[in-house]
Design a protein. Structure first.
Length: 133
């Protein structure tokens, strides 16, 4: 009797793994849309520059972010994890800023833009890593 019980249990587990609970218990249809997991609870999301993009000294690039509950922001340039300089301080939060890359900037593929809340510098987010060549 114990062998039959074990066999039934193992068979049921294999059946569930192979066919999936949705097929057995109903709702075997795929969902119409995928539920978006919210981005971490950060108040700032940097949407540009995007990781891997390359620009040249003298180019004008658009820095973009989402920060709906913040009035003014600061934009800083980092190379690897080292602060380089402030691009703009106490900027009204419009969601974007056009930055002219200095012609005398050091060439590197390791730049990042940091967007921070001007009134609370502990609230910040970095862009993806980009290059200036």
């Amino acid at each position: 009797m114990k062998a039959i019980s074990s066999f039934v249990t193992v068979s049921l587990i294999c059946f569930l793994n192979l066919s999936g609970c949705r097929q057995i218990f109903g709702d075997g249809e795929q969902p119409e849309s995928i539920v978006q997991v919210p981005i971490e609870s950060s108040q700032i999301v940097v949407t540009a520059p995007v990781h891997g993009t390359i620009w040249k000294p003298g180019d004008v690039i658009r820095i973009k972010w989402l920060a709906t509950s913040i009035n003014s922001i600061d934009i800083e340039l980092y190379r690897k994890s080292y602060y380089q300089f402030s691009i703009r301080e106490n900027l009204e939060n419009t969601g974007s800023f056009d930055w002219s890359i200095p012609v005398d900037i050091n060439l590197s593929n390791h730049y990042l833009v940091k967007i921070s809340n001007h009134n609370n510098p502990d609230t910040y987010q970095f862009s993806g890593r980009f290059g200036i060549q």
